[in-house]
Design a protein around this ligand. Structure first.
Ligand code: PGA
Length: 254
């Protein structure tokens, strides 16, 4: 963690929680943790809970995000949601290119690029996810894969559009498996991502861009991960679903 970048602890609820459960969670987590001055908390519920909790995330430091968007502004795209619609719901962020969407729903570097650009255009901060599969890591290809995903996501974007953009490094082999990258493994990739961002966008963006780690982050490993200089936060699935464990993550110590 670097004090120049405000740490971001993000809950990716995936396909969990009804509206009632989501509302109860955000009321309880805010009551238990209070306002956040030196860190930011992001809740990304299913689309169906966005409206219901947007007015309830009232404490300082809490933000709302969505888990996906479409890249077109409007049109005949049955079942899709535009970035402007998310903004209208009170979202500040949208997760783009999560590995589950890449693996299960045909997301490609090109659709990630289109969504990233659409999100920025609508005034949202995209949380752009990158990460290698286990076979790619074992073959020694992790950096090449991540480099390609970064170039794909940000192709054609100028540095002036990168303000607020967040990157999440999520090794696919660590998501939902209980197997976390060691702080050293995560730091190595975060440093690589930062240097690649520097070569694409220059030093100012390199210094300001927040890079989250995701993949089995839990109360027992969050402090060690957050102590690394290039880890600026966490994107959390499983451990974000219970108030007790998410509260411990928000209250990480470095
Ligand atoms: P996990 O999920 O914390 O359950 O591993 C992280 C993610 O998919 O964003």
């Amino acid at each position: 963690m670097n004090p120049d970048r405000r740490p971001l602890i993000a809950a990716n609820w995936k396909m969990h929680k009804t509206l009632g459960e989501a509302v109860a969670f955000v009321e309880s987590i805010q009551e238990q943790t209070g306002p956040c001055a030196d860190r930011e908390v992001l809740i990304a519920p299913p689309f169906t809970a966005l409206r219901g909790i947007s007015g309830k995330l009232s404490l300082h430091g809490y933000s709302l995000g969505a888990q996906n968007c479409h890249w077109e502004q409007k049109g005949a795209f049955t079942g899709e949601i535009s970035a402007a619609m998310l903004k209208d719901m009170g979202c500040a962020y949208v997760i783009v290119g999560h590995s589950e969407r890449r693996q299960l729903f045909g997301e490609t570097d090109e659709t990630v690029r289109l969504k990233t650009s659409a999100a920025i255009g609508a005034g949202l901060a995209p949380v752009v996810c990158v990460g290698e599969a286990l076979e790619e890591r074992e073959r020694g290809d992790a950096f090449e894969v991540i480099g390609r995903q970064l170039e794909g996501a940000f192709q054609g974007l100028g540095p002036e559009r990168m303000n607020g953009v967040v990157i999440a490094y999520e090794p696919v082999w660590a998501i939902g498996t209980g197997r976390t990258a060691t702080p050293g493994q995560a730091q190595e990739v975060h440093a690589f991502i930062r240097s690649r961002i520097s070569s694409i966008f220059g030093k100012a963006i390199e210094k300001s861009v927040r890079i989250l780690y995701g993949g089995s982050v839990k109360p027992s490993n969050v402090d060690a991960l957050m102590a690394e200089p290039d880890i600026d936060g966490a994107l959390v699935g499983g451990a974000s679903l219970e108030v007790g464990s998410f509260k411990s993550l928000i209250q990480f110590n470095v």
